[in-house]
Write a protein that binds this ligand. Sequence first.
Ligand code: KG4
Ligand code: ZN
Length: 335
Amino acid sequence: NEDVYVLGIETSCDETAAAVVKNGKDIVSNVVASQMESHRRFGGVVPEIASRHHVEQITIVIEEAMRQAGVSFSDLDAVAVTAGPGLVGALLVGVNAAKALAFAHGLPLVGVHHIAGHIYANRLVTEMKFPLLALVVSGGHTELIYMEGHGKFTVIGETRDDAAGEAYDKVARALGLPYPGGPHIDRLAHEGEPVIDLPRAWLEEGSYDFSFSGLKSAVLNTLHNAKQRGEEIDPKQMAASFQESVVDVLVTKTVQAAKQYRVRQVLLAGGVAANRGLRSALQDNMKELPNVELVIPPLSLCTDNAAMIAAAGTVLYWQGKRSDLALNANPSLPL
Ligand code: KG4
Ligand code: ZN
C-alpha cells in the first residue's frame, strides 16, 4: 500500500483544527472548531482566550477528525503540525498535542510553516504547476511568494505594516461593523460606489511590497473630519472606495509579478481570498495572461484549517523532512 495518510493539526490563531489527508491531496476528514464568537466582543483575537479554547478543544477535534476519517493511528504515516508563525500560546497547544501523539504512536513528526499550509491548500484542489506565484492574504499576512518547486519559497513582496485582513478589520471597526469586518465591508462595497478618493501605496518602482496603514489612516481621517463638520459619510461608499484601493494594489502587483517571473500558475490563499471584489478583479486582470492558470480554493480551504497543514506536511514528509520531539512553537518562524 503506497498511500500516505497524514494527520494535520493547526492552532496558530483562533481555529482549533485537525484533518486527515491522503497523498497530500485528498481530504479524508477536515474538522475546524472556530472560537470567533468568544473573541467578537473584544473586536479581535485575545491570545489568552485563544490558548484556553485550544486546550479545551484540541483532543475533541483530533478524535473527531480520526473518527470521521475512519482510520486508526496505526494507519497514519506522519503527524504534521503548524509550528509557526502565530500566537505562541496558541501554537504550543497544537505542537504539544502533535508531539505527544507522534511519541505515543511512534509516528514521524513534521513541523509546518503556516503560510506554506495556506499555499498548499491549493494542492487539495488541483495539481501545482511550477514555477508559480502565490498571493497569501489573511488577517496576519500579505505576501507574494514565488515557488520554483515543492518547498522552495521566495518571498518577493510582503506588507511593511498592516496585513490586508487587518486593514479590513480596522476599517470595519471604524464603520461600526462587527468583527471580523472583512466580509461586512465586502458586502457593503457591492452596494456602494467607490466615489471617495483614497490613496494607493504603490511604494518604490518595481517593489512588490505592500502597505495598508496609510490607507487605513486616510479612511479614519475622512470619517473623523466628516463627523467634525457634522456631515454623514455613506458606509457603502466608504466600503466600496476602501475595497477598490486594496484590490487595485493587490491585483496590479500580482499580475505584474506573474508576468515578470513567467509563472504557470497564480494561487490565491488566506481568509481575504474570500473577498468577492478581489476574486473578480483578479479573474478579469489575469485575462491579460491567458497561459497562466488562476487557482482560487473554496472558502473553507482559504481560511485556517488543518487539511492545508497535512497537505504541506505530506510534501515535507516525502522530502524526508522530520522534526524531533524538541520541536518548539516559533511565533516568527521564517518561511
Ligand atoms: O486566514 P484567516 O481566516 O485567518 C488568519 O490567518 O488571519 O483570515 C481572516 C481574515 C480576517 O481579517 C477577515 O476580516 C478577512 O480574513 N476576511 C475578509 C473576507 N472574509 C474574511 N476580508 C475581506 N473580504 C472578505 N470577504
Ligand atoms: Zn492563516
